[in-house]
Design a protein around this ligand. Structure first.
Ligand SMILES: [Zn+2]
Length: 254
């Protein structure tokens, strides 16, 4: 945490070179400790023996924050947002230059595309801080999961959050179950198991379904061997959260 930005920059450069090497040799397995190559990352190449695996200090340098520290930093930012004490960090010209050739976001977020839910603002973060994937209903379908896998595997991001929100239109559509035009049904299909899972729960039907959908997408993300292995290795935490449209407050969904 006390590293200078130069030292961090050096570490990140080394890490990127190292990870690029792992992908090239198919030895992501050595990093994740599991069969990450099942995802197709260098599955043709031989694995490294454990003794040849990258030094632990290199792996630890992937991000200066632990998963718990990353979560605390994210929630502290939302607290600033809610209490109108935003710092608007990392939003100046110097930051653009700092991250122009490399990035090390401390949190990856799978958020709804809703125009009112803007992670960088709601968490009071700036350029290069968050790796945000936005899709209606915050659903973990293939491309979204792949995007988050990139953040975890290639950028060393220590926190992954699924962010649902109050009065979500996609979840509302899934609750209604009406036939929809275009390819909108694909969204509903991905959410329907959450609608079913939350049936009969006390309280607001829509809010319950939104939270069940957050839990469902957290589970889906963790079926990724890359994500599951990073969690198992203690390099990643996956959490769900709920955004209150009325207040801007974000609370974890357990
Ligand atoms: Zn939504």
């Amino acid at each position: 945490m006390k590293e200078t930005s130069e030292q961090q920059s050096f570490s990140r450069r080394n890490l990127l070179q190292w990870v690029a090497g792992l992908v090239g040799t198919g030895s992501l397995t050595a990093w994740f400790g599991k069969d990450a190559s099942a995802q197709g990352l260098g599955s043709e190449a031989p694995r490294l023996q454990p003794a040849q695996a990258a030094a632990p200090e290199t792996a630890q340098a992937q991000n200066p924050l632990t998963p718990d520290e990353a979560l605390a930093q994210l929630m502290a930012g939302n607290q600033r947002f809610v209490t109108r004490k935003r710092l608007n960090p990392h939003q100046n010209i110097a930051r653009i230059t700092e991250v122009a050739t490399e990035q090390a976001p401390f949190a990856a977020i799978l958020s709804c595309a809703d125009s009112r839910v803007v992670p960088e603002i709601a968490f009071d973060q700036g350029i290069g801080d968050l790796f945000v994937v936005r899709v209606a209903g915050n659903i973990a379908v293939t491309e979204d999961t792949a995007s988050e896998e990139y953040a975890i595997a290639m950028l060393g991001t220590p926190l992954l959050m699924v962010l649902g929100h109050e009065r979500c239109g996609a979840v509302t559509a899934a609750l209604k179950g009406d036939k929809l035009p275009g390819v909108l049904d694909s969204l509903v299909l991905a959410i329907q198991p959450a609608v079913k899972a939350s049936e009969g729960e006390p309280g607001d039907r829509l809010t319950n379904a939104v939270k069940a959908n957050v839990r469902l997408q957290v589970q889906r993300l963790q079926t990724s061997p890359i994500i599951a292995s990073a969690v198992e290795a203690g390099k990643l935490k996956v959490v769900g959260a709920f955004y209150d449209l009325d207040t801007g407050a974000i609370d974890l969904v357990s």
